[in-house]
Design a protein around this ligand. Structure first.
Ligand code: UD1
Length: 340
């Protein structure tokens, strides 16, 4: 049984990936500092797969403890590295926090890969590396633009750090550039648990429908898009999780063609904020209280993925629709809030 370390494995995308890894016969060890997650997620994972993964509470910033952890677990076959901070606005206010949380920790993980000959790494990257794209859909060849936030910059620099190490060592890595992950597991046992006021669209939508938030603000109606609101590529989190397992197997089986590869993970379809709201209302039969407000500074107008590379090279394609994802997100919210 191959042993896979999942950093940030109790988080939103991490927990869904853990379940898919278990389904595929991998032994999973999770490390997580619980900064944006909870140990209860282990119960959710167990209810789906029947297996409780090994878990250690560990903050990757604590270099000595990280080193001790790897000394105890030097038989790890691969790492999926999710652990990172992801709030764009917070990163603008406190850039050093983001450079420390997202970059120092990556360097420590890579140092341990080198020390213990761990050769397979999947990295959690983002479509934010493309900035405002020159053309749509976005292929992996699109230029990486100057980052508009320290958060985005950490994703760009992380990719470069990993690339540099892959160039001079046995490390093989795949960076997965996510578009907008939404939804929850169909069982409603795991899902997204934002702390405080959600910054992302779908958790705000579900919390508004649940009555936790009074009103959703739609940021901008004068963009050059189908209806004036921003366009994104919303991908079901379970599809995203499956892509991690496929990518990991690609590395473990030596099917990668270069030591550092990147793939876009999206659906290929762009949806506007207003279209998301309409789809949510339709599948959940909930009326959403929303109002149009000013643009949110820093938002790009329109992004959606060209999925050909992921489809053809990884042999992966999305199965869940945006409507499925919105319904699972709502079912999860209802479970969390005890709404019948
Ligand atoms: C951005 C980044 C993404 C990053 C994520 C981290 C881009 C293209 N995407 O996602 O890579 O991982 O931040 O959080 O840079 N919206 C509203 N009302 C709300 C919330 C959002 O109208 O209350 C709108 C936004 O203006 C946007 C869309 O919904 O058009 C999606 O927003 P959000 O969920 O925050 O994700 P991104 O900003 O696209």
């Amino acid at each position: 049984m191959k042993k896979i370390l999942v950093t940030g494995g109790l988080g939103y995308i991490g927990s869904h990936t853990v379940v898919e890894l278990q389904k595929n016969g991998f032994e999973v060890i999770i490390i997580d500092n619980l900064s944006n997650s909870s140990e209860d997620v282990l119960k959710g994972i167990h209810s789906i797969s029947g297996i409780t993964p090994i878990f250690e509470k560990l903050d990757l910033k604590e270099k000595t403890k990280v080193s001790e952890f790897f000394d105890r677990n030097s038989d790890i076959d691969g790492i999926i590295h999710f652990a990172a901070s992801k709030a764009v606005g917070e990163s603008v206010e406190d850039p050093l926090l983001y450079y420390e949380n997202n970059l120092n920790t990556l360097v420590y993980v890579l140092q341990e890969c080198k020390k213990h000959q761990i050769k397979n790494l999947i990295f959690s990257s983002s479509c934010t590396v493309y900035g405002e794209p020159d053309s749509l859909p976005i292929t992996e060849e699109a230029p990486v633009k100057k980052a508009t936030s320290p958060y985005g910059n950490t994703k760009q620099i992380s990719e470069e750090i990993i690339f540099d190490l892959c160039s001079v060592s046995d490390l093989k890595a795949i960076a997965l550039r996510y578009f907008n992950p939404i939804g929850a597991h169909e069982t409603s046992e795991i899902g997204e648990l934002p702390l405080g006021v959600p910054l992302n669209l779908v958790p705000f939508v579900t919390q508004t429908a649940a009555g936790v938030r009074e009103q959703l603000s739609v940021f901008g109606e004068d963009y050059p898009t189908v209806d004036g609101s921003c366009v994104r590529d919303y991908i079901h989190v379970v599809d995203l999780a499956k892509a991690h397992v496929i990518s990991l197997k690609r590395l473990l089986e030596g099917k990668n063609t270069t030591s550092f590869e990147v793939f876009n993970l999206g659906t290929g379809r762009g949806s506007s904020v207003l279209e998301v709201i309409k789809a949510f209302e339709k599948v959940t039969h909930q009326k959403l209280n929303y109002k149009i407000v000013d643009r949110r500074p820093g938002d790009v107008i329109s992004v959606y993925a060209d999925t050909k590379k992921a489809n053809n090279v990884l042999g992966w394609k999305t199965e869940g629709s945006m409507e499925d994802a919105l319904l699972t997100a709502w079912n999860w919210e209802k479970k969390v809030r005890n709404i019948k």
